[in-house]
Design a protein around this ligand. Structure first.
Ligand code: NCD
Ligand code: ZN
Length: 347
């Protein structure tokens, strides 16, 4: 039996949705994580302090009876023309808004309201640099001439590099890094960071495509090659303080996944910690687990490390874990990671 105790983890990238989906999924995050950096890609997107405050209240109400007492949603605002600089600054000063998220329009789920070009928001970025507000980036080009597996690198080169050059002092998190390009970009920029998901750490594109098409593994940025996966895992397990977990847990109704055009997004919040613990265990890297789950993120964002702990224990599986939830609206959602979850208990 293997057992490890770590400071309570934070999730630096999560989609909690709204209404009955929020009610169904929020408890999984609230039971396991202290901070949850909540993505603003609702329809319509969260673009103001008032919207963020109301959404935060709905999340706290949905967290459920078993929520950790220190569970705290941190709110991101969606960067588009509706975002008003004065409102952003007031939202941050009021402790309601934590960060700003940029989505290239058309890159992913609910990104239609996103931007045509990052540098188009230079005045917002300058205000953010000045105030030290983190910029969270969905780094994926939407150029149809660029191969889908190369779009992270393309975005970093053609969109993020010019924006960072034009606005020195910006604090950037490259979200859900999926390739070595993302790792290298972060390494080349002082003070930048990258979040990495459980699925990009443990799956490659053969898992998605080789043995029957797996819409449950379809997400943006798309899961890439074995080489890229191995590089991500090495970075996560290295203890490098620039990298930390962001689950990118992104629930979709099964009917939107198993259909003609599957929606991108993987619901992994219930078993994210178990999946990551199993990866680290398999690679004899459990001594770096706390850095990736619980230390590097808060340190990057200038927040205290949790003063509570959780203990993860590995034993031979005695029972299988559920692979599906059903919302109060009768909507089924598939969960990622049940196999790893059967090996671990968390207390
Ligand atoms: C996310 C979603 O469903 O909201 N989907 C995904 O594939 N990751 C959006 C995002 O983070 O890209
Ligand atoms: Zn996401």
């Amino acid at each position: 039996m293997t057992s490890i105790t770590v400071a309570t983890p934070d999730d630096w990238h999560v989609h909690l949705r709204d209404d009955h989906m929020l009610t169904a999924v929020a408890p999984f995050t609230a039971n396991s994580f202290r901070y949850a950096l909540v993505m603003p890609n609702l329809v319509p997107p969260i673009t103001s302090m008032a919207m963020a405050r109301e959404y935060r209240d709905r999340i706290v109400a949905a967290a459920g009876p078993d929520a950790r007492s220190d569970f705290t949603p941190l709110m991101g605002l969606y960067l588009n023309d509706d975002l008003v600089i004065e409102d952003l600054l007031a939202g941050v000063a009021a402790g309601v808004v934590f960060a700003v998220k940029y989505y290239p329009a058309g890159a992913t789920t609910n990104s239609e309201a996103g931007g045509a070009s990052l540098i188009g928001y230079q005045s917002v970025l300058e205000a953010m640099a000045e105030a030290g507000i983190p910029l969270l980036v969905h780094a994926e080009s939407t150029d149809p001439d660029i191969d889908i597996f190369d779009r992270e690198a393309a975005f970093l080169e053609t969109e993020l590099t010019p924006a960072c050059d034009a606005v020195p002092g910006l604090t950037v998190t490259v979200e859900h890094i999926s390739t070595r390009s993302g790792l290298d970009f972060v390494a080349a920029h002082d003070g930048f960071a990258g979040s990495i998901t459980p699925h990009h750490l443990t799956c490659d594109r053969s898992d998605v495509l080789a043995n029957g098409l797996r819409p449950d593994l379809y997400c943006k940025p798309v899961i890439n090659s074995r080489e890229e996966r191995d590089a991500l895992a090495a970075a996560a397990m290295s203890g490098n303080p620039s990298f930390f977990v962001g689950t990118d847990s992104a629930p979709h109704p099964l009917s939107h996944k198993e259909t003609g055009r599957a929606k991108p997004g993987i619901f992994n919040a219930p078993y994210a910690l178990e999946v990551i613990a199993e990866l680290f265990h398999q690679n004899r890297a459990l001594d770096q687990l706390e850095s990736f789950l619980s230390l590097n993120g808060p340190t990057h964002y200038g927040l205290p490390v949790a003063d509570s702990t959780i203990t993860l224990t590995r034993a031979e599986p005695t029972q299988t874990r559920p692979e599906m939830i059903t919302t109060s609206g009768g909507v089924e959602v598939r969960i990622f990671g049940a196999e790893a979850a059967a090996l671990w208990t968390i207390s």
